[in-house]
Every structure is written in structure tokens, then in C-alpha cells.
Design a protein. Structure first.
Length: 229
């Protein structure tokens, strides 16, 4: 199959799945930032998304995209190892400023994956999953059901714990390093790779990645500074 057997096909899948996940991060980061402005508005968004069909469809698509991205990353890393370190998906000419991220994308990805598992357990499993189980008629803890759409409650509950806030910041730093190279590499693979656009793509990648991370990191910093929702 061309998408699997050719390096161009593999680059295309990694790029498209990566861009799709970046779009999700933009939406999720913007949504999370709302909680600092208004807990009520944030909870309205959580309630709107909830266990509704459009939210469930979006969740499934994101899950598929995330799984494809991870599996291809592992596959490409294996292929690169077999090729004795030859880069097969990133770029043919690595810039000094992204060299470390380029060489450690798998490690960064594993750190991010660990965070995602914890994040899903602490938020998704106590919100959307609870609503899904309730709608399907499964037995649900009444206390969890009462807070299923109260995202502000769960944010306050977890980020009031300094250790979790610090770990969250560490993960976000790893995500920033992953994104700065990943966005640049994806745009490069999608055709923005001439001498005119390469510097621009690098700047765009850094700016976009930084904005995304600042939106996410504002929440743990907010709580570490002892502010309260």
C-alpha cells in the first residue's frame, strides 16, 4: 500500500494526523483558558459538549487520529533504527534550533502519551465517560454524575494540588518541544519547503506552538500563584 510502503505516504499520514491534533489543541487550549475568565461559561461549554452525538463523533475521530499518529511514530522510529539513524519522516535538512527536538521526538511523544493517560483518567473519565454511562443506563456514582458537567470543579480539584500543577507544566514543556518541531515538519512535508517559506514556516511553528502552550500553562501557573476560581 502506497501510504505505508512509501516514505512520502508515511510523511503525509504523520503530517495530516499531526495537523489535525494541533487543531484540537488550539480548540482545547482556548476552551480551557475560558475557565480563568468565567467558570460559568466554561461549564456551559462542558455541558454543551458532554455526551452529545457531535461530541462523541469528534472524540472518536480524535482518538483514531491520535492512535494513528502514535503507531506511525513508533513504526517510523523502528524503520529509522533499522536504517542506522537515517531520518525518514522529519526533514532532509535539520535546522540547529530544532535539532534536539528532531532527535528526541519519540521520547517527547512517550512523555506526552503518559500525560494524556493521566489527563483522560482525571478529566474525561469523570466527565464525558460518566455521562455516556448514565445515558446507556449503567450504574453511575451520583456524586460523579452531579459534577460530570462541572469542569471548573475538576480543574480546581486537581490544580489546587501543587505537585500536579508542576507535573502538568513539565509535560507542557515536552509538548512545546514536540510541537515546535512537529508543526514545522508537517508543513514542510505538506509542501512549504522552499527557501522562501522555510524561515517563515519555522517562525509560524514557534509562534503557534507557544500560543497553544501558554493557554494551557496559564491554568497551573494561576493556581501555583495561589489564585482561585
Amino acid at each position: 500500500m502506497w501510504l505505508i510502503d512509501s516514505s512520502i505516504g508515511r510523511k503525509l499520514i504523520m503530517s495530516i494526523s499531526g495537523v489535525f491534533l494541533v487543531l484540537f489543541l488550539i480548540f482545547h487550549g482556548t476552551m480551557n483558558f475560558v475557565v480563568l475568565l468565567s467558570s460559568e461559561s466554561y461549564n456551559l461549554i462542558c455541558e454543551f459538549l458532554g455526551a452529545n452525538w457531535y461530541a462523541l463523533v469528534g472524540t472518536k475521530i480524535l482518538a483514531i487520529g491520535f492512535i494513528v499518529h502514535i503507531l506511525y511514530a513508533l513504526y517510523l522510529s523502528f524503520q529509522n533504527k533499522k536504517a542506522r539513524g537515517e531520518v525518514s519522516y522529519a526533514v532532509t535538512k535539520t535546522q540547529k534550533s530544532v535539532e534536539w527536538a528532531s532527535q528526541n521526538m519519540l521520547v517527547l511523544g512517550i512523555i506526552i502519551l503518559g500525560f494524556m493517560v493521566l489527563h483522560l483518567y482525571q478529566f474525561w473519565a469523570k466527565m464525558q465517560l460518566v455521562e455516556i454511562n448514565h445515558k446507556l443506563g449503567f450504574e453511575v456514582n451520583e456524586g460523579l454524575l452531579a459534577t460530570a458537567a462541572d469542569g471548573a470543579y475538576w480543574i480546581k480539584h486537581y490544580f489546587s494540588q501543587p505537585l500536579y500543577s508542576i507535573l502538568y507544566i513539565v509535560w507542557l514543556v515536552a509538548l512545546w518541544a514536540h510541537l515546535t518541531h512537529g508543526v514545522w515538519s508537517a508543513l514542510h512535508s505538506l509542501g512549504l519547503n522552499n527557501s522562501v517559506w522555510m524561515p517563515r514556516v519555522k517562525v509560524i511553528s514557534n509562534i503557534l506552538s507557544t500560543i497553544i502552550i501558554l493557554m494551557f500553562i496559564s491554568i497551573p501557573v494561576y493556581f501555583l500563584l495561589r489564585f482561585r476560581l
